[in-house]
Design a protein around this ligand. Sequence first.
Ligand SMILES: Nc1ncnc2c1ncn2[C@@H]1O[C@H](COP(=O)(O)OP(=O)(O)OP(=O)(O)O)[C@@H](O)[C@H]1O
Ligand SMILES: [Mg+2]
Length: 504
Amino acid sequence: MAEALSAIHVTKSFPGVKALEDVSLELHAGEVHALIGENGAGKSTLISILAGATRPDSGEVKVAGHAVAFDSPGTARRHGISTIFQELSLQPWLDVASNIVLSNEPSLKGARQLLSRRQAEHVAQLALDRLGARDFSARTLVANLTSAQRQLVEIARALAFGAPVIIMDEPTSSLPSRDASRLLEIVRQLRDEGTAILYVSHRLDEVKTIADRVTILRDGRNVRTELIDNLTTGQMIESMTGRRVDHLFPERSSHVGEVVFRAKNLTKKGAFHDVSFEVRSGEILGFAGLIGAGRSEVMRAIFGADRFDSGHIELDGKTISVHSPREAIAAGISYLPEDRKEQGLVLDLSSRENMVMAALPRFSALGLVRGRQVRSVTAAMGRKLGVKGDLNRPSLTLSGGNQQKVVIGKGLISHARLLIFDEPTRGIDVGAKYEIYALIHELAAQGVAIILVSSDLPEIMNVPHRVIVMSDGGMHGEFVHPELSEEAILSAAFSAFTREQGAA
Ligand SMILES: Nc1ncnc2c1ncn2[C@@H]1O[C@H](COP(=O)(O)OP(=O)(O)OP(=O)(O)O)[C@@H](O)[C@H]1O
Ligand SMILES: [Mg+2]
């Protein structure tokens, strides 16, 4: 098979870390090549080198067998390489069409002069249609899009470009399942048309179905490259982590106590209606549903980040009203949002500062922050979560999965009575997932009431004691083991839609 893009003996260090050491990877035309490894293994760094965004300390990049020196993503694009980065790179104050066309303009086939506005919209809309993007158009302002929609725009940008090489860094991690399967379909089509695709994902089941070959990195080094059919999922995990992982889920404790939190008839016009539930001390309550079912909206309202129109909430039997996240935290409610970049972390602050931000009063005396206490608490938390990277440096320098661990550390340090985890393991590798589940269980065992919002079916099946399913803003079923099954959850999750269709 024709070699499309390769990294040859590439090494790259950042202050204090060797991100890549002597790594090689050969991507062929007409293949989907998966790149997997634990958080911090070096996947995004390798991609960034192949995409021209980072220069290696040593080693070479070759396009179609010829050595090239990329000095910017623009140069890589002119060599036919289109990249969808893990952290999205759109201009929020431009519309979708401008974002799609801007970066492509110099390279769009035959487009020597600037595209007219009409042409730009046309090119963008074609790509959006191919992706089946329904709820926005080429004219929508990017600032008004959800993170899943922005992800689709990034993908549309690569499609519009028609590049022979497409690199995707966790493209499905924030996509609703329908869009994710549509994307996988397109990836297959592109592959069949001869495109070379490098595909980073933590979803090993997805890797199994989509990839032809897989390269596994561990601690910045090559472990192996294999045909996907020669590896079981267990073997992939073992190569990524360097150890056997027999249990993906820790055992649930059975000590469920008094009601800690109660929501009564929470309603917000256009978002959710009549949501009532309670969570007990030591209990893990799951919220399943499709992305967009209203789960995060409910949680944000409970946390005081949004308003609700009617209904009320109680903590330890007393009705409380919270008007801001600050008040919620003071009352004992903590929320770890799904979107770490927009709501969870201030990327320019150090990971230490991020971790204690929500609990500052506890670490201050007479208006001064107790530095030593902050250092020891955050160091302990960093160890507990297995954060790879320097906590004193801006969170920006951590890999995506390690940033997510810092968000979790922030929630754990806040000493809440009710702790809400919203998609806590998105972008987290399998080994670290287990550690996060173990932490959730440990907190529950200490008597914290826990809500787990998750779109990951195995997770929602195995971590919570009880699961509520939301669909289209309403509650559509509540399941306890042993009635809890994937079929039961899925059919409840789709129930609002099937009913609509039935009525039509
Ligand atoms: N700009 C930077 N400055 C300092 N260190 C960095 C920088 N970018 C990455 N690193 C470090 O390099 C290592 C590899 O990070 P990288 O982002 O490539 O990992 P990854 O495999 O993509 O992980 P994830 O699955 O979490 O996205 C990590 O230790 C990370 O902290
Ligand atoms: Mg990464």
